[in-house]
Design a binder for this molecule. Structure first.
Ligand code: AHG
Ligand code: MN
Ligand code: MN
Length: 335
């Protein structure tokens, strides 16, 4: 029987290939994976661990925090602050950046995360996850400021997510394709279960919150309307809809069997560019999708090329099977 490849072995081997992963980055990814294991344990315990329900506080986005949002955030910070691989962290659940305390050595990386994605699904036992993005601290600047984080997604050096579903699966890219690792609970380690993940260019499946239909912009209305007309319509085929309401689980389905995911700008709050956050939701997911042969735009521009101007900036997201994303983008007027 072929021996199983653990995440540790995979990263060590990647480090050997052309120094693909520097040792600090390897440590960082190991530590994030360890934190995800511990979040997975808390998620599994559910009501038995007293982790369900609201924390009755609000984050910087004005969203009510769930207990697990806060627990996952703390787990990621505690795991990452002492290893010497990071200069600072940023999270959906923290207003400003978190500097590595002076008592620990400073590293060269910046870590951004959505500690718990799909918060509305926690209490109903539906898949949720953790999303992360890794940037390099710009050279030459002493200390770390929020400005150092404001790099386009194309600058990411690693990105991934961990989905806590029937299985706990860690999905990772360091710019050399996408690999998936399944948590082996008996061994307590992530095991490589899929390499070179590819998203089919065509699909018959879309994911969008249909309850917002009346608020959508014309190009999105047109695309969904054409899908809904099925075989008799201009697309000449029937479409299926899936919407989990955890981006992490919707993207996991798309990386597994294709499809298109949209959280577009809509007229509810016209001044907000979208609901999802650019730096720790859209950027890491867009890079994973592109690395698997898919595409990701905001309707007018490749997401990875957007220059952020704020840490918690929001963005319109269209990602997944390349031909569908190209079609939806072509329905929008270019900038
Ligand atoms: P978060 O739980 O980190 O705030 O993100 C939730 C996001 C995303 O995962 C999902 O696609 C979307 O919110 C669902 O929102 P609605 O149910 O409001 O449409
Ligand atoms: Mn989220
Ligand atoms: Mn979240």
């Amino acid at each position: 029987m072929a021996s199983k490849i653990s995440l540790t072995r995979f990263l060590v081997e990647q480090q050997r290939v052309d120094g693909h992963i520097p040792s600090q980055l390897r440590l960082l990814l190991e530590v994030v994976a360890r934190a995800c294991k511990s979040i997975s344990q808390a998620v599994n315990k559910g009501a038995l661990g007293g982790v369900l329900g609201s924390a009755e506080s609000e984050n910087v986005q004005g969203e009510v925090q769930k207990k697990l949002d806060i627990i996952a955030n703390e787990v990621l910070i505690e795991a990452n602050e002492w290893g010497g691989h990071l200069a600072a962290m940023a999270s959906e659940e923290m207003d400003s950046i978190y500097l590595v305390p002076n008592r620990y050595p400073q590293g060269e990386y910046l870590l951004l995360f959505d500690p718990l994605d799909g918060s509305s699904n926690i209490d109903v036992n539906v898949s949720i996850g953790t999303i992360f993005s890794v940037l390099k601290k710009p050279e030459g600047s002493p200390g770390v400021t929020e400005q150092d984080f404001l790099q386009a997604g194309a600058q990411q050096v690693a990105a991934g997510y961990c989905v806590y579903g029937p299985q706990t699966t860690l999905v990772l890219t360091v710019g050399d394709g996408v690999s998936m690792f399944t948590l082996d609970r008996e061994q307590g380690s992530f095991v490589l279960t899929q390499e070179n993940v590819r998203i089919p260019a065509d699909t018959k499946e879309f994911a969008i919150n249909m309850s917002n239909m009346r608020h959508w912009d014309e190009p999105v209305k047109r695309y969904i309307d054409e899908c809904l007309q099925g075989k008799e319509g201009p697309r000449g085929k029937d479409f299926n809809m899936r919407w989990i309401a955890s981006m992490v689980a919707d993207v996991h389905r798309i990386l597994t069997r294709g499809g298109v995911f949209m959280y577009p700008w809509d007229k509810r709050e016209p001044n907000k560019p979208g609901k999802l956050r650019l730096m720790y939701e859209a950027n890491p997911m867009s890079w994973l999708v592109e690395q698997a042969g898919g595409a990701a735009t905001n309707g007018r521009q490749r997401i990875l090329d957007i220059q952020p101007s704020q840490l918690h900036e929001r963005v319109s997201v269209i990602l997944g099977s390349k031909n569908e994303v190209d079609r939806i983008t072509s329905y929008h007027t270019p900038l």
